[in-house]
Design a protein around this ligand. Structure first.
Ligand code: B12
Ligand code: SF4
Ligand code: SF4
Length: 350
């Protein structure tokens, strides 16, 4: 009797990843994206990372998997869907509400993706004796987008994020580095063609060229990462975006193929984060902030950045009802909140 061949390790790994909520899976050799380090270094040399000093402090480790871990042979790239069921741009015309980017309306993806990565990695270690693994999502010095493209999950679009034929712009990425020499997948192919929709949609002209982002002008950076006053010339461009921005992602034509049913249930939006009232956000103190944003990735920006962002959105609203609260905030203990409130009052007066 002929024994039936077991599916390959790579196939079983893909199946296990799917069981743990990953809808996109691929494998790349550790040296599959050799141009990445030079591109990262050029970006850093131009200062495009702004005050994200953590991007430059471990650049040699970030630039290539072997820079971080010399023994790594393969990168397993994984994607979890957070595809929205409603148009992320729908709130653009509702100025007394704040817009929170889709990725932050549900549970914190760092927790959800990390837990699933660890489960997949544990399976691999048990299955392939002697395999060593390290798991990463977002915060480690790992270039998740070019590695995912090399592993066939999609391609880096002109907005620089990974676009998938099946899931559009809406994948969280994670990676498992391993000492195993796995069979690589076919790399993704750039299918942007002559489209420029993402570049044209950016409210703050944050793309000096296709595929290149100047983070210092990006609303995601300004509202989340940047701790200080937001440059005055960019404040109107924020509109009512108070945490992150989805515009360049949302206009991508490939989203029409995104399978919204593939969204991981942890990323279902929390009702209070879909269209929060600016009046409520302007009223937040530290304890109130922690209560509303517990369990959400938003919690890490703290009350001051959130109220700064809400004050700028109030200034952009044209709604005189915000004046009284903004006047109170001009005396806020946080200088950046007070500054944003003064600017907003002047905008409303004009
Ligand atoms: C720093 C960072 C940011 C910064 C800078 C973003 C950026 N584009 O670099 C800020 C705060 C602005 C940001 C914003 C967002 N981020 Co972010 N961010 C990161 C982080 C931590 C590192 C990214 C990085 O390495 N940047 C450095 C630059 C140099 O790398 P790069 O963008 O890949 O640049 C490439 C191109 O410039 C390209 N290139 C250069 N020249 C040329 C020429 C040609 C012809 C070509 C083809 C390419 C090319 O080569 C470079 C190297 O690959 C990653 C997590 C991680 N560890 O990877 C998440 C990550 C990229 N972010 C993510 C998300 C979701 C977002 C937001 C959508 C959140 C939001 N809604 O507000 C926005 C999107 C803004 C945008 N258009 O990029 C996801 C993206 C998932 C995906 N599907 O791609 C990631 C992967 C987090 C995760 N684990 O899921 N982010
Ligand atoms: S996230 Fe918004 S601000 Fe940043 S590049 Fe995209 S459209 Fe521009
Ligand atoms: S909007 Fe157009 S150019 Fe931008 S990533 Fe999507 S297909 Fe590419």
């Amino acid at each position: 009797m002929v024994a039936e061949a077991l599916p390959s390790l790579e196939q079983r790994l893909a199946d296990v990843a799917r069981d743990h909520g990953f809808v996109a899976f691929g494998i790349a050799h550790a040296d599959a994206a050799p141009e990445t380090a030079a591109r990262l270094n050029a970006w850093l040399a131009e200062g495009r990372h702004g005050d994200m000093i953590w991007m430059e402090s471990r650049a040699s480790q970030r630039g290539s998997p072997r820079g971080l871990w010399p023994e790594v042979k393969s990168v397993i790239a994984l994607g979890m869907s957070y595809a929205p069921q409603i148009d992320p741009l729908a709130l653009a015309g509702v100025p007394d509400r704040g817009r929170i980017s889709v990725y932050a309306q549900g549970a914190d993806y760092h927790d959800v993706v990390k837990k699933a990565l660890k489960a997949v990695a544990r399976w691999l270690v048990a299955e392939a004796q002697g395999a060593e693994v390290k798991v990463f999502v977002d915060t480690a010095p790992v270039m998740e987008k070019p590695l995912s493209a090399a592993a066939g999950l999609g391609w880096q679009g002109k907005h620089s994020n990974l676009v998938s034929r099946d899931h559009g712009s809406w994948l969280f990425l994670g990676a498992i580095y391993t000492t195993l020499d796995l069979v690589p997948s076919t790399p993704g192919r750039d299918t942007c063609g002559s489209c420029t929709a993402c570049q044209d949609a950016c409210p703050t002209q944050a793309f000096p060229a296709p595929y290149r982002l100047d983070a210092r002008r990006c609303i995601s950076y300004l509202t989340i990462e940047h701790d200080g006053p937001i440059p005055v010339d960019l404040r109107r461009g924020l509109g009512n975006r108070i945490y992150g921005c989805d515009d360049c992602l949302a206009v991508c034509p490939w989203n029409k193929f995104a399978d919204t049913a593939a969204r991981h249930r942890a990323f279902l939006p929390r009702a209070e984060l879909v269209a929060p009232s600016l009046a409520d956000l302007l009223a937040l103190d530290d304890a109130g902030f922690r209560q509303v944003f517990a369990g959400s990735p938003i919690k890490r920006i703290g009350r001051n950045r959130m109220v700064r962002n809400a004050a700028i959105a109030a200034g952009n609203s044209g709604d005189a009802r915000f004046r009284a609260r903004l006047a109170e905030l001009t005396g806020d203990e946080s200088p950046m909140v007070a500054d944003a409130a003064r600017w907003a009052l002047a905008e409303l007066a004009s």
